[in-house]
Design a protein around this ligand. Structure first.
Ligand code: GTP
Ligand code: SPV
Ligand code: MN
Length: 593
């Protein structure tokens, strides 16, 4: 097949990799429907994908990964910066020369008898000043078909790249899916990613976490912008005005759900709407008017399937009804469709579970779908996709929201006192771990800005970058910074807040605060709503006034323990910004008052 570009840096890099992995042939992905359709057919012929019921789920497919390869592997993810200090205390580090040597030894000859697919892709609308280009080499059709949904792929991208050397190199080799030899390595200084021995989502769709967060966060530091693990939503008020919010929650903590929220009935009737710009990643930079603007660099959703249903997230469900790839969900053999826990109350009796074994929907200890099973759905399918989704200039950001899963401690919502206090609030985030990464689930850990697994350089320098960004903003124009917690539990272990659509009640307060329309109580940790300012109309039965007060309360004893935890965490950082040390001292003083 002919090369699709004359770009010398592209061709010489690909030729080097061809010499290394020795593919039987090389196929350039041009983005055409014919080519994609042929690849789908090939993947079905080998069993890599299963074509689903085309009447119920047109252009939808099912894929099962290896049983040992179902989530990101943080322990095997490395930042290969020149020094350990540059990667910082929260990242795994490997010396770049050693890493290349080890990875090349694993990758050597690994494409023998296989095809190399060359995927030119753009993160962000092709040609936008926000956008960046990558090329991923892969031996997996599944990866190609996912990248085609998740990014902008094809000839236009190479045209936009021209002769430039500014593009991110990505090499993915399935090898033998050997978990002992699985490595996800980022080389931020070389704009390079190498991923071996995995076939799962975040490990292999290199445009997503590897590029759009780990590499891009480093690019952003050097170029004066930010790459964040944040959804972007537009909140439309009854007067038709739309305010944009970026929100960072750790993996499987509610970004997709919040980004596609359907307002509660009363709000909906009054004209409130939520428009989804993005559900996972934001690239943010200052616009000509001095405000911050955000784009979603992705083109699709790689969303958590379990729990997605007609009630919890109808927009996400609707997004998966065509052109979607399902990974590690249950296969309903009666009608050749898919099922997952929490889709409905009728598990299929005649099915294949995610590992590929027969399943009757009854066995309580066996799940039909893996807890981290996913759908890969085109953004354009989403009924509430924002009209600004393709806007090359992004959307103006009014509020930044941090949040996580905290059964205790963090109130439903609070506002920081300033940009720098907001950076502090982001830096002390902690959340219970989820199935999105291999390892224990439900353990509270520090996850600053939801970026713990995704920051491509020293986290202390990343915090300093946040502070620097704030210094470049007129405080009047800077987004206001908040923290939310949808996951507070009572002593019986029940969620105290209904969440999902009802989270709009909190967003409404947030926007009112941004517009200076509502007062708040100043507490030790920041501004907390007055109970009467959270509208409970329609959920009075679910949330009593006492419960709301409890949700908004700041428990000083618990916060004292928290301060000790923060001090311990901060002690890891030799380069902790003085500003954050100062914010911690203020918090301590406030708590002990
Ligand atoms: P990643 O794609 O891994 O980055 O995850 P995400 O942050 O987009 O999380 P997602 O929206 O997919 O939600 C993950 C899980 O959290 C699902 O099981 C949801 O049902 C649950 N969830 C989301 N929002 C809420 C909420 O407001 N309250 C409660 N209790 N659960 C929620
Ligand atoms: C996450 O884990 O935050 C995800 C899924 O969005 S993955 O692409 O696997 O990283
Ligand atoms: Mn994510």
């Amino acid at each position: 097949m002919e090369n699709m570009t004359f770009n010398k840096s592209v061709l010489s890099w690909i030729n080097e990799k061809i010499d290394l992995v020795k593919p039987e042939k090389v196929v350039w992905i041009d983005g055409s429907e014919e080519q994609i359709e042929a690849l789908r057919a090939e993947a079905c012929s080998t069993g890599e994908m299963i074509k689903l019921n085309q009447e119920i789920l047109p252009d939808c497919y099912l894929h099962r990964t290896a049983v040992n390869d179902v989530a990101r592997v943080e322990g095997r993810t490395f930042i290969c910066a020149p020094t350990k200090e540059e990667a910082g205390p929260t990242n795994n580090w490997m010396d770049p020369a050693e890493a290349y040597e080890m990875l090349y030894a694993i990758a050597k000859d690994s494409y023998k008898g296989r095809t190399m697919y060359v995927i030119p892709y753009s993160m962000g609308p092709v040609g936008s000043k926000f956008s960046k280009i990558g090329i991923e080499l892969t031996d997996s059709i599944y990866v190609v078909l996912n990248m085609v949904i998740m990014t902008r792929v094809g000839t236009d991208v190479l045209k936009a790249l021209g002769d430039s050397e500014d593009w991110v190199r990505g090499l993915h080799c399935k090898c033998d899916i050997d978990e002992e030899k699985r490595y996800i390595c980022q080389f931020p200084q070389d704009n390079t990613i190498i991923s071996v021995n995995s076939g799962y989502g975040g490990n292999v769709l290199l445009g997503k976490k590897c590029f759009a967060l780990r590499i891009a966060s480093y690019q952003g530091k050097n170029e004066g912008w930010q790459a964040e693990h944040m959804l972007i939503l537009g909140l439309q008020k009854p007067n038709g005005e739309i305010k944009y919010i970026c929100a960072a929650f750790p993996s499987a903590c509610g970004k997709t759900n919040l980004a596609m929220l359907i307002p509660p009935e009363g709000y909906y009737k009054n004209g409130y709407r939520v428009w989804c710009v993005g559900d996972d990643i934001s690239w943010i930079r200052k616009g000509e008017d001095g405000r911050l603007y955000a784009i979603n660099p992705e083109n699709g959703f790689f969303g958590v399937a379990p729990g997605t249903n007609e009630k919890s997230n109808p927009n996400a469900l609707a997004s998966t009804r065509k052109g979607t790839i399902f990974t590690n969900v249950a296969h309903n053999l009666d009608n050749n469709t898919v099922w997952w826990e929490g889709l409905d109350k009728n598990p299929p009796a005649n099915a294949i579970e995610w590992k590929g074994n027969p399943w009757n929907g009854q066995e309580s200890e066996e799940k039909g779908a893996h807890p981290n099973s996913r759908f890969t759905a085109p953004a354009k399918n989403c009924p509430c996709i924002s009209s600004e989704f393709e806007n090359p200039n992004g959307v103006p950001v009014s509020a930044i929201v941090f949040g996580g899963r905290r059964a205790k401690l963090a109130p439903l919502v609070y506002q920081s006192r300033s940009w720098n206090h907001g950076v502090f609030v982001g830096s002390i985030m902690a959340s219970e771990t989820t199935a999105a990464a291999a390892g224990a689930v439900g353990v509270v850990r520090r996850d600053p800005m939801a970026m713990l697994p995704f920051c491509g350089y020293n986290m202390a320098d990343y915090w300093q970058h946040w502070i620097n960004i704030g210094e470049g903003l007129d405080p009047e124009k800077a987004p206001k910074i908040f923290n939310v917690n949808w996951f507070r539990k009572d002593d019986e272990g029940n969620f105290m807040w209904p969440g999902f659509g009802d989270n709009l009640r909190v967003l409404d307060w947030i926007i009112d605060r941004c517009e200076g329309k509502v007062d708040a109580d100043e507490t030790a940790i920041g501004y907390v709503p007055k109970a009467e300012d959270i509208n409970l109309e329609g959920i009075e039965d679910e949330v009593s006034d006492a419960q709301l007060k409890e949700l908004l309360s700041v428990d000083t004893a618990l916060w004292k323990d928290e301060v000790a935890g923060i001090e311990e965490f901060y002690a890891k950082f030799d380069r902790l910004p003085a500003t954050l040390k100062g914010e911690l001292e203020t918090l301590k003083k406030n708590i002990n008052k």
